[in-house]
Design a binder for this molecule. Structure first.
Ligand code: SAM
Length: 323
């Protein structure tokens, strides 16, 4: 089992399979971003599988494929199938859903258990304003395809922004409840210039408003072992999660690390501590030595992010690290 210096068990890996995206969400990736990783630096599927196998041998049972937009990586279901063959407990995917109509059945067949979809508004114009593209039709077709393929429980991730999509929070909650999706509201983090320039909305008062509106009660069980704190409707069928890295951080229970497409292992979203695995993989490191490097890397995991104290610190964008 992987344990860091602060006694936290690390049992969850976020795996970014590309830093490319077909959307340009205002808080995530600048419209004219030029700093994409060159293909020669992308880990191959075989390299990714080796790293995931090493993590699995060290007790990591849950992996999430992310990006950029993971469905832009060619043959992603093939990679999913090879990772799922490692016998993980949970193989999930974060996506913007623009390609889900095409891929949902193949992902299910490949062993992907569930998907999280980023959706910041139901309103076409508002959504296009945030994503930089009118992809409303493809996104909603993709979401329904995922529901039909039973990539569930399907979570909708909504970055809540003051003066941008606040008015969509209640319609999003109703939409989620109508389809048995779980809505998760997320506070924007100052990652890269895009994140820093986002109008921050404190989710504390939003939660109070939603508790009143839907008579929500706190959920006792944890869903998915992630950072969200869940509240449920009295009949137990509707759920809303709150991810509050800024107003109430959850670093003490952080259980994850992130691998980027270029093979860099990031120990914290809000710090620079990292270890480059690609050179080691390409120099022919053994499985045992790779596991030892990962154990030592976990020792570097910092206690907490410093987004509030040092909001200018993280220059990489979320799309580069993998959200
Ligand atoms: N393309 C996929 C998607 O849309 O879900 C996966 C990558 S995206 C970077 C993963 C998640 O990061 C999304 O839910 C997105 O909303 C979130 N995200 C990106 N930038 C963020 C920021 N500055 N603060 C908080 N969340 C952010």
């Amino acid at each position: 089992m992987l344990q860091d210096r602060f006694g936290r068990t690390i049992d969850y890996l976020r795996l970014s399979v590309t830093d490319r995206c077909d959307l340009r969400c205002s808080y995530c990736l600048p419209a004219r971003f030029k700093g994409f990783e060159e293909p020669a630096h992308w880990l191959s599927f075989a390299e990714i599988r080796r790293v995931v196998a090493a993590f699995a041998a060290l007790g990591v049972r849950r992996v999430r494929l992310t990006g950029g937009e993971p469905l832009l990586r060619k043959d992603l279901p093939q990679l999913a199938a090879s990772l799922s063959a490692l016998g993980l407990d949970d193989l999930s995917l974060s996506t913007n859903a623009t390609q889900l109509l095409r891929f949902a059945p193949a992902l299910k067949q490949a062993g992907v258990t569930r998907v999280n979809v980023s959706l910041d508004s139901l309103d076409r114009a508002c959504l296009a304003g945030i994503t930089g593209r009118d992809a409303h039709t493809a996104i909603f077709a993709g979401i329904m395809a995922a529901k039909a393929a039973e990539l569930t429980p399907l979570k909708l991730n909504m970055v809540a922004m003051r003066g941008v999509n606040e008015q969509d929070i209640i319609p999003m909650a109703e939409f989620a409840m109508q389809h048995s999706f779980i809505l998760r509201l997320i506070e924007a983090m100052p990652m890269g210039a895009s994140g820093r320039n986002t109008a921050f909305l404190d989710l504390g008062p939003v939660r109070e408003m939603l508790v009143q509106r839907f008579a929500l009660q706190p959920e006792v069980i944890e869903l998915g072992g992630g950072p969200a704190r869940y509240w449920k409707t009295p009949d137990g069928l509707g759920r809303i999660g709150f991810i509050t890295p800024m107003s109430q951080h959850f670093c003490a229970s952080c259980n994850r690390v992130r691998l980027t497409v270029d093979g860099t292992l990031h120990l914290c979203l809000g710090q620079e501590h990292s270890v480059a695995l690609r050179p080691l993989l390409r120099q022919g490191i053994s499985d045992e030595a790779l596991q030892q490097v990962i154990r030592e890397a976990i020792e570097l995991k910092p206690e907490r992010h410093e987004f509030n104290e040092a909001p200018q610190k993280i220059i990489r964008f979320m799309s580069q690290t993998g959200g």
